[in-house]
Design a binder for this molecule. Structure first.
Ligand code: GP9
Ligand code: MN
Length: 633
């Protein structure tokens, strides 16, 4: 017999022997593979990527490998428990997806009580078909029993089983590690910040998602489990008491009884304001409102791994973003003293409005933690027009205006726009004869697409603001508009420098383009004018708190109208006071006026230390849920 044939025969025999003696594991593996793929298809019928089968197989190999360490009854029991758990998760995830367009996380389970309000709606979404996922469990036991009776199953030796375990575990680990590597190259913070959970699930599979989620949750828990020494807790408290001592200005109490309408605009960068391209204004509508409002032109975004959600978190809480990942995810179960909570205590009706899936950035959990009365997410809007990621700003703002008109006054409405989201290349919004921008040589570049995209959003904002004015709402409201974060990433910054004619391209230049506009509009265009105070998103809540006479006990930012000792600290430790800019990653100080580097002085060193202390205190407050400790004592 040729060697090849002998070899083939032995390999085939070995495989069939392996399958025969491990039929239970093989059956379990195949069934679960089908279940997980079918889950993936259900949540994403049009965009299902078959390559997700690889991480699904890898994650199942990891789980199956442990079965080889067991034998007979213990092994079947193990497989059944795992099968039941995975199937239960799949069914729960499917039902949850039908309502939230999202996947269940450990923090959702932990905060399940927060979701009780929609319990009935969610339970009503269970379908009879869902029970197919547990059918195998019912037939698994008798079938295997019959098989074991009929076939003489040879149990492998313990050594053989340990070797099998190691081999299968190793293959699972290597394949999974490769998938995770690919994901983290494509989107560096996705695995830790878990901003887009459904997208992540599509890439790594349901089982891996739950493993990563459980890992992230536990590692943060372990990190935070050590009790904060009382002396340290006192330091944080007295720091906050000092920081938030009341300041009186002409704006104190100016908002009393008025509505607060706050609009967080996706990727609105400061350089677009009062700027033209080929003779045409990029943001003509915002420019008009800049002239009618108090306009801050040295206002910085301070977001970290939580991007848009960090902008919200800071603007509503004046606490720094999480050291890694998204605060909206990590601190969803904390007690906070957020703006909606404080306004609610003053008798305000509070609502968050955003035309995208409710679970994105954990908003469905976080808005409850922040004490919004209502969250109008994607399911509360008629999805009649799509631009980019989701519902168009045009439709979102139109529908939101109708909602606002029905709200009980005084109210706090927090609107978050979406259309001007990276990569800005969906120009469907320009249909219906909208005035377009000629971006010339920037056509079809990321920079050019951004200008066109933000021009579209500007138009929708303009229409919305005009309606607030003509309906009389603006007369009884304070309207706050700001950008959430950058639009032009570092790798495309040269186009922005070129467009702006900026000759310096160092870190100081980069930071100077990390400003976002802040507009505060008062009734009858009062207090209009430009304000050059250096400030950032951390300062918004204290400013509003002063205007609406709210308690301001636990804030790390400062009222913008309090001009003394101003400093903007970034999550990476960089800071600026308007004269000096410290760039943490090169440990360099710049003189803003001259643009030149300066050496560290004891005074600057002090400022640097105080910035890192501030970040540390904010982390301690959040990691140890200190607001809860202080408010329930
Ligand atoms: C989606 C939106 C985008 O809801 O807020 O978030 P981002 O990707 O900009 O952080
Ligand atoms: Mn954003």
């Amino acid at each position: 017999m040729p060697i090849k044939k002998i070899y083939n025969n032995t390999v085939a025999r070995k495989i069939s022997e392996f399958v025969k003696s491990n039929i239970d594991v093989v059956v379990f593996f195949v069934i679960l593979c089908v279940k997980l793929v079918s889950y993936g298809k259900s949540i994403s019928p049009e965009y299902f990527d078959p390559s997700v089968i690889i991480p699904i197989i890898a994650s199942l190999l990891l789980l199956c490998s442990f079965a080889f360490l067991l034998k007979n009854k213990a092994r079947i029991r193990y497989l059944l428990i795992v099968d039941t758990l995975i199937s239960a998760f799949i069914i729960a995830d499917l039902v949850y997806f039908r309502y939230y367009k999202d996947i269940i996380t450990v923090s959702v389970i932990r905060d399940a009580k927060l979701l009780m309000g929609v319990k009935d709606a969610v339970i009503g979404l269970i379908k009879v078909n869902d029970f197919i996922y547990i059918l195998d469990i019912v037939i698994f036991i008798p079938v295997l029993k019959i098989y074991y009776k009929k076939v003489n199953v040879r149990v492998q030796s313990i050594i053989a089983r340990i070797i099998t375990f190691i081999m299968i575990f190793a293959v699972g680990t290597v394949v999974d590690a490769k998938t995770f590597k690919r994901v983290s190259v494509e989107q560096p913070t996705l695995l830790t910040a878990m901003s887009n959970r459904i997208y992540l699930t599509k890439m790594i599979g349901n089982l891996n998602f739950h493993i990563v989620d459980a890992f992230n949750f536990t590692s943060t828990k372990i990190k935070n489990s050590k009790k904060l020494p009382e002396s340290e807790e006192k330091k944080v408290k007295s720091y906050l008491e000092n920081n938030t001592s009341k300041t009186n200005s002409q704006f104190t109490g100016i908002g009393k009884g008025k509505n607060l309408i706050m609009i967080q605009v996706e990727a609105l960068q400061g350089f677009t304001i009062n700027q033209k391209i080929n003779g045409k204004e990029i943001t003509p509508n915002l420019n008009k409102w800049v002239n009618k409002s108090m306009y801050f032109d040295n206002y910085f975004y301070q977001v970290a791994g939580g991007n848009t959600s960090d902008a919200e978190f800071m603007s509503l809480n004046s606490l720094y973003p999480a050291q890694s990942g998204a605060a909206y995810y990590t601190y969803g179960g904390n007690t906070l003293n957020a703006l909606p909570k404080e306004l609610g205590e003053k008798g305000y009706y509070t609502a968050a409005l955003h035309g995208y899936t409710e679970g994105f950035w954990n908003r469905n959990v976080m808005y409850k933690t922040e004490d919004f009365n209502d969250f109008f997410g994607q399911s509360k809007y008629n999805h009649d027009e799509n631009v980019g990621l989701g519902l168009s700003d045009k439709s979102f703002l139109n529908q939101s205006f109708d909602k606002l008109q029905k709200f009980k006054q005084p109210y706090f409405s927090f609107l978050i726009t979406l259309s001007s989201h990276y990569p800005f290349n969906d120009v469907k919004g320009y249909e219906n004869g909208m005035d377009t921008l000629d971006v010339g040589s920037y056509k079809d570049t990321l920079f050019g697409d951004y200008l066109e995209g933000i021009h579209y959003t500007d138009k929708q904002l303009g229409d919305f603001l005009d309606k607030l004015e003509s309906s009389g709402i603006a007369n009884n409201s304070i309207i706050v508009i700001y950008g959430d974060h950058f639009a032009i990433p570092k790798q495309n910054i040269n186009d922005l420098y070129k467009f702006e004619g900026s000759t310096s391209t160092d870190d100081l230049a980069w930071y100077q383009y990390q400003k976002v506009p802040l507009l505060i509009h008062f009734p009858k265009d009062a207090n209009k004018g430009q304000n050059h105070t250096y400030a950032g998103q951390m300062d918004l809540y204290p400013t509003i708190a002063n205007m609406f006479n709210l308690k301001n006990n636990y804030m790390f930012g400062k009222d913008i109208f309090n001009v003394a000792n101003r400093k903007v600290t970034f999550r990476n430790g960089s800071f600026t006071d308007g004269k000096v800019f410290y760039v943490s990653w090169t440990n360099t100080y710049y003189d803003i006026k001259t643009g030149s580097k300066i050496s560290e002085t004891p005074e600057l060193k002090n400022m640097k230390d105080s910035s890192s202390r501030e970040l540390e205190y904010s982390d301690e407050l959040l990691n140890h849920n200190l607001i809860k400790a202080w408010t329930t004592k």
